[in-house]
Ligand binder design. Sequence first.
Ligand code: SAM
Length: 283
Amino acid sequence: MTDFQVVPGTLYVVSTPIGNLGDITQRAIDVLSQVDLVACEDTRHTQKLLNAFSIKAKTFSLHDHNERQRQEQVASWLQEGKSIALVSDAGTPLISDPGFHIVNSLKQQDLAVVPVPGACAAVTALSVSGLATDRFTFEGFLPPKSGARQKVLAALKNETRTMVFYDAPRRALDTLEDIVTVMGTERQVVIARELTKTFETIKSDSAGNFVDWLRADPNQLKGEMVLMIDGYQADPDAISPEVENTLKLLIKELPPKKACAITAEIYGLKKNKLYDLTLAMKW
Ligand code: SAM
């Protein structure tokens, strides 16, 4: 125990380990030990965590199906001066986990909501992915059905930021096949499986190779996983459809060399490259 004291009338959003209990923070232990109540996604699951740290706490359930009903009750407990911790089964609450409606409504009522940071599978996976981390997008779970999944992937095909998904390993092969269909075999993918646990596996490869690997080794389809897709990297030599259209319009009115020179000036391109294009293309 430290000299930390919970503040009455506060909801603490407490992150818990994603597998390895050693990843709990001292502040999480302090908060969970001192609050009047712990709101759990699954009380039995959280009880195991509390037992592991010999924490005696009163728990109640707060999950996707009762979160809205619990809102008023939680707000009135806080107004009475009770302190409450919100936890999910693992990782950071609200990140593909319950809690959004409660936090949103408490903030609208100017009630205190305090984060107690810790593990989050998405950020943990990204930190060892080797993919760009300066800009990334968290996409949560992909739809379970292939048609809907391919639509989401198609909308992300030209996304230049690293994309982070949560996925059920039993669906991973289907997901990878869809990535190949929509984004091509060469798109780089990283799978981070069983993070912080005994069979932690972090593997990078092209989407096409991943399909072969998962077909050959179904053991890789067990446990929990974060799937990351490298952002779209535009071919620096590619000519955009907009440039091509401009060139086509100008070439109808001007000699090719002149059309290329004007287009090159408009778009800041090399005119020789455009001229090569005019020679190669059927107009
Ligand atoms: N709120 C949690 C967080 O902060 O990471 C995520 C909850 S979400 C319901 C569960 C998903 O997170 C799993 O299906 C998996 O995609 C990912 N996940 C959780 N723990 C993981 C682990 N140890 N290794 C890999 N992925 C994990």
